[in-house]
Ligand binder design. Structure first.
Ligand SMILES: [Zn+2]
Ligand SMILES: [Zn+2]
Length: 326
């Protein structure tokens, strides 16, 4: 099969012919129909995250067709989706507490195990989710990480229907989260850099839009930060009402600046990080996205232009999420 491969010593992905994976017990073989490109892929590519597998096929927003290793839930020929969490051990203290997103021995799709920048992908059957086949695969791919983890961020921030919610940074994840918030009748305040993102936030129903670290004109019930910058977290924190929560949706943050405890955190305000996702988050969000009819506007690249796809994410040149089509 053809795959875009990251070698530890190389500065770009190489398009190579490699053996197609063979199905093993507990696994399902997918013919990849689309694979979303996430900012985390860029962190892996640029070694902001340590190398875990060499060589590696990146990609953790996989939409595929089941061609071998079918299960009752995933019959042959059906659509399946795979996200960032590719497996857990099921035995560690966190798994026993039903906190599988914090498992001590997580497998990460497209990071510790091969992902979806390829024609085929072998995945754990119990970490693949049924997807509808009446939606184009490229519209489903961004839901699988940007969407699910954005949704988990809203849960971590304890967002309730009708509340005033701040989104700081407005990339792929936020542009999906805002659609859930609007569905819940929330008032959404968006602070983001770039006219394009500000315009998009307005179009998707934000009641107020400001630049990167602008403070919304009202006190927020909760906020989610998407920009990988500590200064943005502080801007979000300073926008909260007493008892409000800011959830940080970033796997990597530059650094947290010092801040004034008395003014910003006192009053039971909270800062929380969002780590990974659970299968329940995935199932709940994918059901909700189908109900709302979320169809992200995407930019697609063929597999042999995977490097260009990564650059489009890096330089934010695409108008919406980036998706690779094999
Ligand atoms: Zn991701
Ligand atoms: Zn575990």
């Amino acid at each position: 099969m053809k795959a875009a491969i990251l070698h530890a010593s190389a500065s770009s992905l190489l398009i190579e012919d490699v053996p197609c994976p063979v199905v093993t017990p507990g696994h399902t073989l997918l013919r990849v129909l689309a694979c979303g490109v996430c900012r985390t892929d860029l962190h892996i590519f640029e070694r902001d995250l340590p190398t875990m597998r060499d060589p590696l096929i990146p990609g953790h927003q996989i939409v595929g067709e089941v061609i071998d290793g079918a299960t009752k839930e995933l019959p042959l020929g059906s659509r399946a989706g795979v996200s960032w969490i590719g497996g857990i051990d099921g035995t560690c203290p966190f798994c026993k507490r039903s906190e599988e997103n914090l498992c001590d021995a997580l497998s990460f799709t497209g990071y510790t195990i091969d992902g979806g920048y390829a024609e085929y992908a072998l995945v754990r059957s119990d970490f693949a989710y049924p997807l509808p086949d009446n939606v184009a695969p490229q519209h489903l791919a961004p839901l699988l990480c940007a969407g699910i983890i954005g949704f988990r961020s809203l849960r971590v921030a304890e967002t309730r229907p009708g509340e005033r919610v701040g989104l700081f940074g407005f990339g792929a994840s936020a542009s999906l989260a805002i659609q859930v918030l609007r569905h819940w009748g929330c008032e959404v305040y968006v602070s983001t850099r770039g006219e394009q993102h500000q315009h998009q936030a307005q179009q998707l129903g934000a009641v107020w839009v400001g630049s990167e670290i602008d403070k919304p004109p009202v006190a927020l019930d909760c906020a989610v930060t998407f920009a990988p910058a500590g200064a943005v977290v502080i801007a979000a924190l300073s926008s909260l009402r007493k008892g409000g929560i800011v959830a940080i949706n970033a796997i990597h943050l530059d650094q947290m600046p010092a801040f004034d405890y008395d003014k910003l955190l006192w009053g039971e305000r909270q800062i929380r990080s969002v780590a990974n996702m659970t299968r329940q988050d995935a199932r709940d969000f994918l059901t909700l996205a189908q109900e709302i009819g979320i169809r992200p506007h995407v930019r697609t690249f063929p597999l042999d232009q995977a490097n260009n796809a990564l650059q489009a994410v890096k330089h934010e040149t695409a108008d919406g999420p980036v998706v690779i089509l094999p």
